[in-house]
Design a protein around this ligand. Structure first.
Ligand code: DX5
Ligand code: ZN
Length: 244
């Protein structure tokens, strides 16, 4: 099932609770929280204290995307603050298996994130451990960037691997998800759709979220109907002179 994960990176931080509530009314089901340290990415955002405040403001799961160099040191603090899902970047984890275990042992859902230049095949061995794989479709650090199209191949590859390996991890996409890209990412196989600028950039977050989700569900419906047709097979062959 496709779900919309509003990313608060583009929200008005002075009115965070109201903005999150509006995105939830528009159909957002998980709140995406971007944590940046100014080292792994060239930007600084927020940490456990803001997660703790958000925890009081919404009942929705909080999906913390850690764009920080030494995530293991902070995982306990995010658990304490009330994070539900935590994802770490492949590129910073020397001991990715250990980091994922640590997240799991703190009672949170572990995820792994791939930068645009990182190949999917590098994480095959740890796929059975993750709740979600987050495919970056921009270079992490900022909201409102342009979608990188080859991220679609990575989403397709992950969907194939999931099928081949008989796993159930969820495929999340982050960066440049908006009205002009959402259908492609859903058709490729992503189901957790992070959107910052498209929800909080301008206008009403509630309406923006609702419209984006509607477009995503339409694309998901179209994909389902193609799969059903393929599964049903070619059917009766038409006679060459048959009028249709
Ligand atoms: C970028 C962040 C994203 C960001 C996406 O580093 O990880 O979550 O909010 O923003 P948009 O949807 O504006 O591309
Ligand atoms: Zn993110």
């Amino acid at each position: 099932m496709v779900e919309l994960l509003p990313s608060i990176l583009s929200a008005d931080f002075a009115h965070l609770a109201d903005q999150v509530a509006a995105a939830e009314r528009g159909g957002g089901t998980v709140i995406h929280v971007d944590v940046m340290d100014g080292h792994f990415v060239p930007n600084i955002t927020l940490g456990p204290p803001v997660v703790k405040s958000l925890r009081k403001a919404t009942k929705l799961p909080l999906d913390c995307h850690l764009m920080i160099e030494n995530p293991d040191e902070y995982i306990p603090a995010f658990a304490e603050a009330g994070a539900n899902w935590v994802s770490v970047h492949y590129e910073v984890c020397r001991h990715l298996h250990r980091s994922l275990q640590l997240i799991d042992r703190h009672g949170m859902k572990p995820g792994v994130v791939l930068n645009p230049a990182t190949r999917v095949d590098l994480i095959v061995d740890i796929l059975p451990m993750v709740h979600h794989v987050l495919v970056m479709s921009v270079n992490p650090g900022f909201g409102g960037q342009e979608f990188i199209p080859f991220a679609l191949n990575k989403i397709r590859r992950l969907a194939e691997l999931r099928q081949e390996m008989g796993l159930a991890f969820r495929i999340e996409v982050d960066g440049g998800v908006a009205h002009d890209t959402v259908a492609q990412v859903v058709q490729a196989g992503a189901e957790l759709l992070v959107a910052g600028n498209a929800v909080f950039g301008k206008g009403s977050p509630e309406r923006n979220a609702r419209e984006l989700l509607k477009a995503a569900r339409k694309a998901a419906g179209e994909k389902e109907s193609v799969i059903r047709k393929l599964a049903a097979g070619p059917g009766r062959r038409r006679r060459s002179n048959e009028v249709v």
